[in-house]
Design a protein around this ligand. Structure first.
Ligand SMILES: Nc1ncnc2c1ncn2[C@@H]1O[C@H](COP(=O)(O)OP(=O)(O)OP(=O)(O)O)[C@@H](O)[C@H]1O
Length: 689
């Protein structure tokens, strides 16, 4: 099979042709012909059953709501990548190219580039929402860079699928400061425009993104910048280390790992004094003298390095006015005694992140009370226990609290204790040393508790944790140290603990299913989140969820629900709570046609329609004097349709601050109809309207 397209000079077309022939006849390809990386990739594609000249069947493409969800999940990456992508596009403008960002699953999140090339790229689905994993698109820079976790160029005929042979692409993986793969950045263009500096440009852009992510995550704490040349400090090629106050390395970038000859598994497990000839006290001294000349110190496993230390905004000393409280009270966790926080900086993230908690307040009294109580302990080391039925939003609540607190720039690590097999929980939580057990990764793993160091550990479904593991967890919480499986030195950890369960944990404790000592450790304060059927803000909640799904700003209208549907929803028991409501609205948005003005029965998932129709039938039957059917679990007892409608009207009016037009839009009815309903309610003496 002969590929049509040219390749770059150092990969002879003849080699590619022979490698194709080998693959066709022997099912295997020789690394000598095309290099080990490409050979491995082609082999994976062949093993996945891809035909070089075929069309792949069933390639996944995200729907608008799925893409929206992926964008929300990766909003931090996106917010840092977008300006860098714009910059990269600026550098390559009019060269017939485009810049693409993909998540770790190879789904394209964002693309920008020259209009004519964007159009050509559309033809091979190089656009947001498409998946560019190797198994669907064959060897390509994004998919292969992610699979191999290395920066790489895939040029012309090196693409496994013939139809991608017109492209030349350079991509590099993006990592966070713990080494987790977040996605890849790619620059694609016509293969005739190949330039050998393209990969260098992409790598620099990725370093910029990783720098920005690092600063956001670790800006509050002590950091070191490293370089083998003094002029390299503060450039994109510098090494970055985040340090705990007592000198543990808690985050890094790849350059720092290379300079110090460390691996990602060493992050959280190695002290700075083990790799650099400098103690933590000297680093703190340097951090307090921002203008001082950077010193050059010996790296214990490499050449000398210039370094600059930065204290982070939590540690900078300023005078705190007395009326703001005692200086001691104003101290941020992790801050050293005798220092007070720089209020201007500390207040700034607080103001930004307070929105995360406020956004959860859509008017329900029980939820508001839980939020207010949580807000009071947000900056205190109090373990929080969130109680409530499945799907009420316990994890969403925990994330919002983390985002609103002083640890917001640090990790939020969620572990679902019910989802892990008992045999894996231990390794997952506590980490393990190389070779600790059969099947262990050869580099070992730091474990989720250490990944949460400096941030928040969220243990979901803690009630399902096996008793033996409860004992180990208790020891970690008491001693604030983790010992990885397979032995080794205990590693200190500083975590804010939040736990959640839908189980009656007190009962479990009384009948021996849950350790009493652990119960009191994790329950510094318990908050119960209301079930959706007990909330009185359904209208406002729906409005907020729709805005989120459709990414509509507050000032613009979102489609309303048909009055019929809303009435039934208000009377429904919602066994799956907010998860069920949110999924139903996502489905509805995906099924709406551009001309649909409101969400109606035809847009809802079938099983929900079935339940809601049952609610409707029972409510109508209840209005007939002789209809005696007992209400099913799907219906609120004694709710006639009029009462349901009155409540829906009341909620909509409250959500819109009494604005009749807004409430009518939310209910999907005309203003006149709403006035009629308000009048009717007043005449019938309904106190709620
Ligand atoms: N306040 C909210 N705003 C928007 N969506 C929400 C909110 N709360 C919950 N959801 C939706 O409900 C889903 C479930 O939320 P979450 O995982 O926090 O619930 P949970 O109570 O922790 O559930 P479980 O006990 O099953 O783990 C979320 O993925 C989200 O789609």
């Amino acid at each position: 099979m002969v590929m049509q397209h040219a390749t770059r000079p150092n990969m002879p077309v003849a080699n590619l042709r022979r490698a194709r022939q080998q693959l066709n006849s022997a099912g295997a390809v020789s690394a000598e012909l095309i290099g080990p990386v490409l050979a491995r990739s082609w082999q994976r594609c062949a093993d996945a059953g891809l035909l070089p000249n075929g069309r792949s069947q069933g390639v996944p493409h995200a729907s608008a709501p799925q893409l929206q969800r992926a964008l929300v999940q990766q909003r931090e990456l996106l917010s840092h990548a977008e300006p860098v992508m714009a910059f990269l596009h600026e550098q390559t403008r009019d060269s017939g190219s485009m810049v693409v960002l993909a998540n770790a699953d190879g789904m394209l999140l964002h693309a920008t580039g020259d209009a004519d090339f964007l159009q050509r790229a559309e033809r091979v689905a190089l656009r947001p929402g498409a998946t560019w994993q190797e198994r669907w698109r064959g060897t390509n820079a994004i998919g292969t860079a992610l699979a191999e976790d290395i920066p790489m160029v895939v040029h012309g005929g090196e693409h496994y699928l013939e139809r991608n042979g017109f492209l030349t692409c350079a991509a590099a993986p993006i990592h966070d400061s713990a080494g987790r793969l977040l996605g890849a950045l790619d620059l694609s263009g016509d293969h005739r425009g190949y330039h050998r500096h393209t990969l260098g440009l992409v790598r620099s852009a990725v370093r910029m993104i990783e720098h920005r992510l690092f600063d956001t995550r670790h800006g509050a704490g002590l950091r070191l910048r490293l370089h083998s040349h003094r002029e390299g400090l503060n450039s994109v090629t510098e090494g970055l280390l985040a340090l705990s106050a007592d000198g543990w390395i808690t985050g890094a970038n790849e350059a720092a790992l290379q300079m110090l000859q460390l691996r990602w598994a060493d992050v959280g497990a190695v002290q700075v004094s083990q790799v650099l000839e400098v103690g933590i006290d000297r680093i703190w001294d340097l951090a307090r003298q921002p203008g001082a000349t950077p010193p050059c110190v010996a790296a214990l496993r490499g050449g000398p390095l210039w370094l600059r230390a930065e204290p982070g905004y939590q540690s900078i000393t300023v005078q705190v006015p007395q009326r703001m409280g005692h200086a001691e009270d104003a101290r941020v966790p992790g801050q050293r005694v005798g220092e007070a926080p720089l209020m201007a900086h500390a207040a700034e993230p607080a103001a930004v992140h307070a929105d995360a908690l406020s956004a959860l307040d859509t008017g329900d009294a029980a939820m508001r009370q839980a939020l207010q109580r949580a807000r009071r302990v947000v900056d205190k080391p109090i373990a929080l226990l969130l109680l409530g039925e499945s799907g009420v939003g316990k994890e969403v609540f925990a994330r919002a609290l983390h985002a609103s607190g002083p640890r917001s720039t640090q990790a939020f690590v969620a572990v679902n204790c019910a989802a892990l097999p008992e045999s894996l929980i231990e390794a997952e939580l506590f980490g393990y040393r190389p070779g600790a057990f059969t099947g262990a990764h050869r580099d070992g793993a730091p474990g989720r508790i250490r990944e949460a160091d400096g941030g928040t550990l969220f243990l979901d479904e803690i009630g399902d944790m096996p008793l033996a593991m409860q004992g180990r967890l208790l020891r970690v919480l008491q001693e604030r140290q983790v010992v990885p499986l397979g032995g080794g030195k205990p590693v200190s950890v500083d975590i804010q603990l939040m736990c959640a369960t839908h189980r009656p944990l007190r009962d479990d404790m009384r009948n021996g299913r849950f350790r009493e000592d652990l119960y009191y450790r994790i329950n510094g304060m318990a908050l119960s989140l209301p079930a959706l059927r007990d909330r009185d803000d359904l209208g406002a909640l729906i409005d907020r969820l729709l805005r989120e799904v459709l990414a509509v700003p507050a000032a613009e209208a979102v489609p309303g629900l048909s009055p019929d549907v809303l009435r039934c929803m208000a009377a429904y028991a919602w066994p799956g709570n907010l998860r069920q409501l949110s999924n139903a609205l996502r489905t509805a948005c995906a099924l709406m046609e551009p001309h649909d003005r409101q969400i109606d029965w035809c847009h809802l998932p079938d099983d929900l329609v079935e339940d809601l129709r049952e609610v409707q039938a029972r409510a109508e039957a209840a209005q007939q004097p002789q209809a005696g059917a007992a209400p099913a679990h799907t219906e609120r007892p004694a709710d006639g349709m009029n009462a349901v409608m009155a409540r829906a009207v009341q909620q909509a009016m409250a959500a819109c601050d009494g604005n009749v037009s807004g409430a009518a839009r939310m209910l999907g009815i005309s203003r006149n109809t709403l006035y009629r309903r308000l009048k009717g309610a007043a005449a019938s003496g309904d106190p709620s309207t």
